[in-house]
Write a protein that binds this ligand. Structure first.
Ligand code: M6R
Length: 605
């Protein structure tokens, strides 16, 4: 999705804006641009394509690079095709604007402007914001008040930063799209995502919905939705600059898979004591009596986070003793869900900004349902909206394909299951939690043990166009997640299916050109049944890659993983599936960290 950066301070703005835009590239975009306030007014350079194209264009331009105040943007097209004209910033002689989100009432604003003889030149909704501010400036308002008047008219979701030709400050507005202000001495940074500015500061103010801010190098004034001055806390974000860099790896995705042991360790180590007691009392701000008496858990999420919920469902049910529904956010928001009396609503989201997860959360709150979230990004919308939040401590996940977030989400889901079980006085949850403590080193072992084989298998299989991913029991959602990983970065069609369901349809797809990846933990009878499914595939000339700790002679290839208890298998069996997708995509020459058409966080519907 789109990315915003802004800077005002003692340094030249251009380098900071461009490196910020490069840090945001992972979010997915199709065009980029910057505006600087220079001695000759507002100068803008923008282009369709990547930040590297923008840098070349700037090098050829006569842009005054000494400017110390400016804004920048990476656009992911919503209104109007990807083109240089539609790229942000959108500007007039007096003002320049970058915007994330969608202005839902831009047509009526356009009508208002047209009646005054002002018209758009681009296809974007964003241009109407620039024109509106310009209109109020011409009506003799100062920049702050022109911006206030404009924001009052906007409906939809937006994070906006505006730069003026005549005033030395930036104006910001936030509504349902993230915007943060980074603070350092004598300089102020603005970004839609902390990773863009973590290189320069660890201190951030997260604007709240409805906030408007006036920002200069050493003054930040925030106004609430009634435009009254207000205070927002400064939050320290301890992500290191290195975590947001590739650190010697070819791609963030590979780095993030290699970091999964550390991500899970960080997520669990301070939350489980040596006796297996789950230490979540301070973090879960929900009444213990309520937690003891919940009669259903409704998990809502999208994509990989949804699969994390699906994977953890049997553990949640086994340890809490209550029914767990796992629902896709984009469907759930249009569905009249029948909540039970003591229902817990559980949102899972890496980014904490996914619109299709956020909306159901809001709806649940409106219905008076207690809400808990599992989120990776601190102070994100979902974290703040829910009654309570347990953070995954995976560090920044930059690759669009989610990997370490998945295993860290599983870690929190498992801890939550054990925590509720312990509240209910069940002994077995202590032993299980102790086992979880051993998982990070097993994840590391799996990575080290399997990567060489996986590279060889990727070489053998990367030219195939279709794959089936099959699993039973706890391995079935892993098949879904494995297939999702393959399709999103390699662009190979891959379908995840419960292995037992094959004969009800998908077996028709099997031939020598459609390999199957079968995920099978040795737990009986699931293993034998999965091997019977392999026999069915073999007799139709299908090739099979088995992921298991137990060998089989009927498959073509095996990725052997370390032995692990059935309940904890997802942490281990997912690693080769992620690595296989990575190496196949690599051999196909794809842009792994920024796959086509995808965005890291999907903040619009
Ligand atoms: O940030 P979230 O966890 O809410 O994101 C949900 C999905 O958009 C995300 O998992 C997506 O499916 C990834 N590209 C999967 O790799």
């Amino acid at each position: 999705m789109c990315g915003i950066v802004g800077y005002t301070g003692k340094r030249k703005a251009l380098g900071i804006l461009l490196s910020g835009l490069q840090s945001l590239e992972y979010r997915g975009y199709d065009s980029a641009g910057i505006s600087l306030k220079t001695k000759s007014g507002i100068e803008t350079v923008k282009t369709k394509g990547k930040v590297i194209d923008l840098i070349s264009l700037i090098a050829e331009s006569r842009l005054d690079t000494s400017a110390k105040i400016g804004i920048g943007h990476t656009r992911w097209a919503t209104h109007g095709k990807p083109s240089t004209e539609n790229a942000h910033p959108h500007f007039t002689e007096a003002v320049s604007v970058v915007h994330n989100g969608i202005i839902e009432n831009y047509r009526s604003i356009e009508k208002f402007l047209n009646n005054k003889g002002i018209s758009r030149k681009t296809d974007t909704d964003t241009e109407t914001i620039a024109l509106l501010i310009d209109h109020y400036l011409k009506a003799s308002l100062d920049f702050k008040n022109a911006f206030f008047e404009s924001v009052k008219k906007l409906k939809g979701s937006f994070a906006i930063v505006a730069l003026s030709k005549d005033f030395d400050y930036l104006m910001l507005a936030k509504h349902e799209s993230p915007l943060v202000i980074g603070i350092s001495e004598g300089e102020t940074f603005i970004a839609s995502d902390v990773s863009a500015m973590i290189e320069y500061t660890n201190n951030f103010i997260f604007l709240e919905d409805g906030d408007v801010a006036l920002v200069d190098r050493d003054r930040i004034t925030i106004f609430n939705e009634k435009l009254e001055e207000t205070k927002r806390n400064t939050v320290q974000i301890n992500w290191s600059k290195e975590k947001a860099q590739k650190g010697g790896y070819k791609h963030f995705m590979l780095k993030e898979i290699a970091e999964e042991d550390e991500a899970v360790r960080n997520t669990i180590q301070s939350r489980i004591d040596e006796n297996g007691r789950i230490l979540l009392d301070d973090e879960i701000k929900l009444d213990k009596e309520f937690l003891k008496n919940i009669d259903r858990i409704t998990v809502v999420a999208c994509g990989t986070s949804f699969y994390a919920g699906l994977t953890a469902k049997p553990i949640l049910e086994k340890f809490t003793g209550v029914k767990v529904d796992v629902e896709i956010g984009s469907e759930f928001r249009y569905y009249d869900y029948l909540y039970s009396k003591n229902n817990l609503f559980l949102a899972i989201s890496q980014s904490g900004e996914t619109a299709d997860t956020k909306e159901p959360l809001k709806m649940a709150k409106k219905r008076g349902i207690k809400t808990l979230s599992i989120v990776n990004v601190k102070e994100s919308a979902i974290a703040r909206l829910s009654d309570s939040c347990i953070y995954t401590l995976a560090g920044p996940e930059i690759s669009v394909a989610s990997t370490k977030a998945f295993t860290s989400q599983l870690a929190v889901l498992f801890m939550l299951a054990f925590y509720i079980s312990q509240l209910k006085g069940k002994r077995e949850a202590f032993e299980a939690a102790k086992k979880l403590l051993k998982i990070p080193s097993l994840i590391k072992q799996t990575f080290d043990l399997t990567e060489k084989t996986i590279k060889e298998l990727a070489d053998k299989y990367y030219k195939y166009q279709n794959f089936l991913y099959l699993g039973r029991g706890i391995c079935f959602p892993l098949a879904l997640e494995g297939a999702l990983k393959l399709k999103e970065i390699s662009y190979i069609h891959a379908e995840g299916y419960p292995a037992g369901e094959m004969k009800h349809g998908p077996i028709a797809l099997i031939d020598e050109n459609t390999p199957s990846v079968v995920v099978a933990h040795p737990k009986e009878p699931l293993y034998s049944k999965s091997i019977s499914n392999c026999e069915e595939i073999k007799s139709r000339h299908g090739k099979i890659i088995l992921v298991s700790s137990r060998k089989s002679t009927i498959v073509d290839d095996i990725i052997e993983v370390p032995e692990v208890d059935y309940d904890f298998a997802p942490f281990i069996y997912i690693i080769p599936l992620q690595l296989f997708a990575y190496h196949v995509a690599y051999l196909r020459g794809n842009d792994i960290d920024q796959p086509r058409n995808l965005a890291k966080s999907v903040t619009v519907e």
